[in-house]
Structures are given as C-alpha cells and as structure tokens.
Design a protein around this ligand. Sequence first.
Ligand SMILES: NC(=O)C1=CN([C@@H]2O[C@H](COP(=O)(O)OP(=O)(O)OC[C@H]3O[C@@H](n4cnc5c(N)ncnc54)[C@H](OP(=O)(O)O)[C@@H]3O)[C@@H](O)[C@H]2O)C=CC1
Ligand SMILES: O=C(O)CCC(=O)C(=O)O
Ligand SMILES: [Mg+2]
Length: 423
Amino acid sequence: MYKHIKVPSEGQKIRVGADGSLVVPDQPVIPFIEGDGIGVDISPVMRNVVDAAVQAAYGDKRRIMWMEVYAGEKSTRVYGKDVWLPDETLEAVREYVVSIKGPLTTPVGGGIRSINVALRQALDLYVCLRPVRYFQGVPSPLKRPEKTDMVIFRENSEDIYAGIEWPAESEGARKVIKFLQDEMGIRKIRFPATSGIGVKPVSREGTERLVRKAIQYAITHKRRSVTLVHKGNIMKFTEGAFRDWGYALAKREFGATEVDGGPWLKLPQGVVIKDVIADAFLQQILLRPEEYDVIATMNLNGDYISDALAAQVGGIGIAPGANMSDSVAMFEATHGTAPKYAGKDYVNPGSLILSAEMMLRHMGWTEAADLIIRAMEDTIRAKIVTYDFARLMDGATQVSCSGFGKAMIERMGTGGAQRAASR
Ligand SMILES: NC(=O)C1=CN([C@@H]2O[C@H](COP(=O)(O)OP(=O)(O)OC[C@H]3O[C@@H](n4cnc5c(N)ncnc54)[C@H](OP(=O)(O)O)[C@@H]3O)[C@@H](O)[C@H]2O)C=CC1
Ligand SMILES: O=C(O)CCC(=O)C(=O)O
Ligand SMILES: [Mg+2]
C-alpha cells in the first residue's frame, strides 16, 4: 500500500520474464513523474499524444493506465517539506518496471543534489540512451542536418556525478587536501587554502557494462561504428582507462580484432570500434557528423554531448532519452525545466513525446510508436511548430505546447482524436 500514490483500479504491472524480456499486458500501469517547471505543460500533452496513438493503433484492445508518482517540487507539496524523492516513488518505479518522467530542478552551487541523478543512482539506471536524429523540415544551423544520426550511450552511475565533493575552505576540503599533501605527496594544488575538491570515480565494471550495451546495440541495429569518447590524454586513469577497458571488452567478449595494428578494432559483424578525444570530437561532429554513429562515453561528457548534438538537429526541444538498467527503464527528455516558460503552455513537447515513443517501442508497441513518429513528421512538415522552431523557420504557424500535441493527434486518424477529446 502506498501513502500518496493512487494505483489505478484497472490495469496490470509490466513484468520482466525469466529470459529477461518484458511481459507487457494490454492495460499496463505506467508510473509518471509530472516534473518541475515546464513539466506541468509537457507531461499532459505527452500523455494525450500517447493515448491517442495507442487508441489509433489498437482501438480499445490496449490502453495505458497512467499512475502519478512524485519527485521534486511537487513531492514536497504532497509529502511535506524536504521530501524530494519519497521511498515509495522509487519502489513504484522499480515495481512497475517502465516509467516516464518530466524534468526536475537542481539548484546551482548549494541546495539539494540532483533528484534526476538520485533516481538514476538509486535504481542503478546505468545507461542513459539518447538517440539523435533529424526530422525533415526542422530548422538547424547545419547545411546538411540529416547527416547527424547518432545514438549516445552515456554512463549514468558514476564519474563526477557521484557527488563526492567538498566546498572550498570547509573542514572536508581541508582534510582531503591535507591527506593529499601529507600522505600522497601531492604538490600540484595551486591554491590549496581556497580550493573546492571533487572526486571522479570511473570503474572497470561501470565502463564495461556501458560499453557492452553500446556494442550490443550497434550489432542488433546494424550500426557502422561505436566510438569511445574520452579525455584520456589528461585524465589518464579515469577517462583513459575508460578507453582501454572499452577496447579490451570489445576484444574479449565480442571477438574484435585490430584494424591496421590498432587501436581501432573491427567486430566480426563489421562494426568498427574506435575512440576520439572529447574536444576533437566536439568539432568533428559539426564538420563531419557522418563519421560518427553509436557513441559510448562517461557521464559528464555525455551530458555536454547530448545538448550539443541535439542543437545540430533542431535543439533540445526535440531530444528524447531513456535511463535504463538491465530490467527497469525510465524515459525522460534531454532538456531541463526551462523555468522561464513554466506554466505558459509555450514550449515544445517534442522531447518528452519522443521519449514516450521510445518507451512504446521498448514495450513492443511498435505500431503506436510508428504513429507518433509519422504524426511528428507530418506536423513539422506542415510547418506547425512551437516557438523554438517558429523563430528559425519561414512561413511557420506557431502553436502552443498543447496546440502542437493536438496537431499531432489530428494526424493520427479518428480513433486517436476521439480518445484525446474525451480526456
Ligand atoms: N533531466 C532533467 O530533469 C534535467 C534537469 N535540468 C535542470 O533544469 C533546470 C534548468 O536548466 P537549464 O540549464 O535552464 O536548461 P533547460 O534545458 O531547462 O533549458 C535551457 C533552454 O533550452 C531550451 N529548451 C528547454 N526545453 C525546451 C523545450 N521543451 N522546448 C523548447 N526549448 C526548450 C530553452 O531555450 P530558449 O531560452 O532559447 O528558448 C531553455 O531556456 C536546472 O535546474 C537543471 O538542473 C537540466 C537538464 C536535464
Ligand atoms: O540533474 C540535473 O539537474 C541535470 C541533468 C542533466 O543535465 C542531464 O541529465 O542531461
Ligand atoms: Mg544535460
């Protein structure tokens, strides 16, 4: 029994079968977190679009039973001050296997640590999967945006996101600096008296499970290459080790062999495993995006790369994602809470809708997922777009956040439109 979560009277849990695959009932209960800031705008639009797509694809045979669970600011209103991530939210997300969330605010400098990161760590959602593709008609700063077609595998459980840090001049920072100087012989901290300290753990296990998923994905989806993106020339034993462990795994577990004496490798299936230093990567994705395909990288690099690549295909208004463990999956947009637009029915709901599209595909509901893609393409092709695209497009019809959702639903056929109208 939950304290504040209301379990729908109808519907069943999605389960993980003995072979690891999902067992999805026709009326699955799916937990959702509304999200802070623009979460209040985009989450209901996403649910409307998903309901319409499911209705249009399967009629009354299938239906998602949405179950609200709480995190972030809304949680403090429901559960009380300082309860940002209730235990029962974690329990429900684990128990119901597949969920979706809006963005959650993290203050800069002081204040609470990221609830987004806390969710990923508590549930060990170690893969942050962010596909980046171009939709015809979306305004982009590139001449050939369709050449950007990448899938980011961002390590989601370690790196500096572990949150091990001490503020400058604190007791903790003083102790760590003293330890480094006295016990480890470190003389290179330029201003020891006023340095904050952060720790960056990167492990072999963490690297291997992430790179393994990226390689498996590349094989299954017949992609051309997996690139390990790192700053291993500078951070030798974290980012450099990530590269070395990644290559070693590809050889040991996937039978990869060296190309022209290495370090690049090739799998028996033809997938090339290569690496690139992060700064060079960031200029090459603009100049020669077609050279990159599946990307495997650490947490911070993956965060930067996600937004940079999203910009190449139209911005973070249209950048979806998923956080995944071997069993649990929680889908979420790449962007944050965009606070200045909160509650204005203004922003692009595309990122969260496309995150839901990934969710439907993950559940095996591919017909509904295909309908969402088609409706998104048709709506953008008709130049019906939110402000972010309208400001860069000639002849666009600018619509609100909910207006964009309605325009998508209208393009799904009568079943979908009826279901959406009845909400
Ligand atoms: N996973 C999560 O929950 C995430 C949470 N955050 C948190 O969100 C908060 C705000 O972060 P901030 O750095 O401002 O980044 P945001 O991603 O929230 O917003 C930055 C800018 O991106 C554009 N943008 C974002 N979402 C949309 C959308 N749906 N449609 C159109 N444009 C969009 C807007 O650009 P413009 O101003 O040009 O219109 C916006 O001002 C922080 O607390 C941060 O920690 C950040 C990222 C992820
Ligand atoms: O947790 C946050 O507030 C930011 C997270 C973020 O930027 C991301 O996951 O891409
Ligand atoms: Mg980010």
